[in-house]
Design a protein around this ligand. Structure first.
Ligand SMILES: Cc1ncc(COP(=O)(O)O)c(C=O)c1O
Length: 454
């Protein structure tokens, strides 16, 4: 039976939610011509219940309206055919058809070859990589000459921090944040330890999930060489205000690396306007294959020397791409970037905002659920972490999986953040993240499972 036709108990103790064919019922919110969301309770009339009913109904109805417009996007994702509701986008999205086709298309031709050779297939491979670099450059608002492809973001950050480590000395400082994924903390920590330098981590507010730019700026001083900061938290969704931090770093002649892994799928990015010195992202978080991207400013390309073997090119970006690149993955990265450019990340963000309203309101409306981080959709990616009273996060995710709903539990590798939230010893959080293909039906399925976990 379609989840849209089920009567959802929400929570069964005092509140229910029903999504049903539209009627003229008073109190229901109509969605298009065929569906309505009806919220009711066994304590109707109680002011708190009434207000919660209308918030939940409105949130889900808004999402359903958006879904009726954007559901068409789903046919671009063959992986959705198995019927699972996917909330695992922050860990990795489904791949868009164009990326799958680009990978398969490249592999099927005789053009598969190593780059840099003196025959047609090798040159075609070089052209393919250049075209993918151009697409990623357009996506990031950055010059393609600084676009480096790699296995994933973590590997690229280790390559970068190893090169930077060579330039660090005793007394130098690196500033990071506790909101960051560990891939933007530990590589820096190792580089500072090896160089006798220091690492400072700016705190965020565990109550709101917000990272105050002032907290980062407070850590920046004359010995700061780099600031490593998240563009969007992969655990709480928070999108920090980067501009004042970048400006403060630059007044001290420090460089800034932005971890945009969780930002690129959800917000348009313009590196030139952002004025950061380096940025990293991973194509498998934005509908492409498992591959990472690093962009470096022209100045850094001249200043830094990556670890490389002698015959490899000395010039950027190739000198950063150790060994033979995964050209088939690069074909897919270019196609995924083109997909985002053609669709418009702002349009994706608008769709996700609509659907996310229903998810956030729904979770906030459940008494046995504690929503972590921001309680609003402002300045956040469509990602939410929560805990369920009396349940280990793994148990919640297992219950979701039993209903063919994919989510994640644990630290999500944001170990500092989960520790700051006080959840390191209790299994971390349950995380649900939306993607461009998410819709209100997915949200209703997740809420129904979580609602029943009392
Ligand atoms: C915000 C953020 N940064 C970094 C990473 C690490 O990315 P990768 O798996 O490409 O190394 C992730 C992965 O989940 C992430 O979400």
């Amino acid at each position: 039976m379609s989840p849209l036709r089920q009567t959802e108990r929400f929570p069964a103790r005092c509140l229910f939610l029903r999504i049903e064919p539209a009627t003229t019922r008073v109190g229901s919110v109509h969605v298009g011509t065929s569906l309505s969301v009806v919220a009711g309770s066994n304590r109707d009339g109680h002011p708190a219940i009434e207000s919660r009913k209308s918030r939940i109904a409105e949130g889900l109805a808004t999402g359903l309206v958006a879904a009726s417009h954007d559901r068409v996007m789903r046919h671009r994702f063959p992986g959705l055919a198995d019927g699972w509701a996917r909330f695992d986008g922050p860990a990795g999205t489904q791949m868009v058809d164009a990326a799958i086709d680009a990978i398969a298309g490249y592999l099927r031709t005789g053009d598969v070859a190593n780059g840099g050779g003196r025959f047609t297939a090798s040159q075609a491979t070089g052209t393919l990589a250049a075209s993918a670099r151009a697409s990623v450059g357009r996506l990031l608002g950055a010059d393609p000459g600084g676009v480096v492809f790699g296995a994933n973001m973590t590997t690229l950050v280790f390559a970068l921090t190893r090169a930077i480590g060579r330039t660090l000395g005793a007394g130098d400082e690196i500033v990071g944040t506790r909101l960051d994924h560990d891939a933007n903390i530990t590589p820096w920590r190792i580089a500072t330890q090896e160089a006798g330098a220091a690492m400072r981590l700016a705190p965020f507010d565990p109550a709101t999930g917000r990272l105050d730019p002032a907290a980062v700026i407070d850590c920046i001083g004359p010995r700061t060489r780099w600031v490593a900061i998240t563009g969007a938290s992969n655990v709480l969704g928070t999108i920090p205000d980067l501009a004042p931090v970048i400006a403060a770093a630059h007044t001290q002649d420090a460089n800034v690396l932005v971890d945009a892994v969780h930002l690129v799928p959800h917000r348009p990015i313009d590196v030139a306007r952002l004025d950061c010195d380096a940025i990293v992202t991973s194509a498998y978080k934005w509908y492409g294959p498992h591959a990472g991207v690093l962009w470096l400013s022209e100045r850094l390309r001249d200043e830094l020397s990556p670890y490389k073997v002698r015959p490899a090119p000395d010039s950027s970006p190739s000198c950063w791409e150790t060994g033979t690149p995964a050209y088939e993955a690069i074909a897919g990265v270019g196609a995924a970037a083109d997909f985002l450019l053609e669709t418009g990340v702002d349009r994706i963000a608008a769709h996700e905002r609509e659907i996310f309203a229903g998810l956030l309101e729904g979770l906030l409306g459940l008494d046995h659920v504690r929503v972590l981080g921001p309680a609003t959709s402002e300045a956040r990616a469509p990602t939410v972490s929560f805990t369920v009273r009396g349940r280990h996060p793994d148990e919640v995710v297992d219950a979701l999986a039993a209903a063919r709903v994919a989510g994640w539990s644990g630290s999500h590798y944001a170990v500092e953040a989960v520790e700051a939230l006080g959840l390191a010893a209790s299994g971390g959080t349950v995380r649900a993240g939306l993607s461009c293909y998410s819709d209100a039906e997915d949200v209703a399925r997740l809420l129904a499972v979580v609602s029943d976990l009392r």
